[in-house]
Design a protein around this ligand. Structure first.
Ligand code: 4NP
Length: 160
C-alpha cells in the first residue's frame, strides 16, 4: 500500500475555518476508507494551544463532527516537509504560505482551497470570527461542499 497522502488546512488563527475543515474531511475519508493524514494550522500565533472557538465546535457538532479535542498550532517551515497538499483558506493565507516556501516544489504544495470548487476564481472561505451562528453555519456548508470535492479527488488513482 502506498503511504497516506498528507493534507494540511491553514487559516489565520486555527480555531475557526481550518479545524472545521480538518474535522469534516477526516469524517468523509473515514467513511470512504481513504487512507490519508489530515491536519490544520494557523499562520498566526494568537491561539496556539487553544481549543477551536466554541462557535466552531457547536456548528460542527450540529452536523455530527466532533472537533472539541483539537488544539491550535502555528504553521512552521518544517510543515512543508510533513504535508503533500497545503490548502489555504483565503488569499491572505495563500500569500503568507507561498511566501514562506523556499523551493518551487514547496510553493506548488500550497493551494487555495476554493479553487477545488471554482478554479482560478481567487475566492476565499469567509472568516466567521466577527460573525454569529449564521456565519459559522454558512462556513460549515461551504467547507462540507469543498471537502466532498477534495475527497473525490483523493479517490483518483494517482493518490492511491
Ligand atoms: P480562523 O478565524 O482564521 O478561521 O481561525 C480567526 C480566529 C481568530 C482571529 C481571527 C480569525 N483573531 O484575530 O484572533
Amino acid at each position: 500500500m502506498s503511504p497516506p497522502i498528507r493534507i494540511l488546512f491553514v487559516c489565520l488563527g486555527n480555531i475557526c475555518r481550518s479545524p472545521m475543515a480538518q474535522g469534516i474531511l477526516t469524517g468523509k475519508l473515514k467513511e470512504k476508507k481513504i487512507n490519508a493524514v489530515v491536519d490544520s494550522a494557523g499562520t498566526a500565533s494568537y491561539h496556539i494551544g487553544d481549543h477551536p472557538d466554541p462557535r466552531t465546535i457547536v456548528a460542527a457538532g450540529r452536523h455530527g463532527v466532533d472537533i472539541s479535542s483539537y488544539r491550535a498550532k502555528q504553521f512552521s517551515y518544517d510543515f512543508f516537509g510533513k504535508f503533500d497538499i497545503i490548502y489555504a483558506m483565503d488569499m491572505a493565507n495563500y500569500r503568507d504560505l507561498a511566501g514562506r516556501a523556499k523551493t518551487g516544489e514547496e510553493k506548488a504544495k500550497v493551494k487555495l482551497l476554493l479553487d477545488e470548487l471554482h478554479p482560478g476564481s481567487g475566492k476565499g472561505v469567509p472568516d466567521p470570527w466577527y460573525g454569529g451562528d449564521a456565519e459559522f453555519e454558512k462556513v460549515f456548508k461551504l467547507l462540507d461542499d469543498v471537502c466532498n470535492k477534495v475527497a473525490e479527488k483523493l479517490m483518483e488513482p494517482k493518490f492511491n
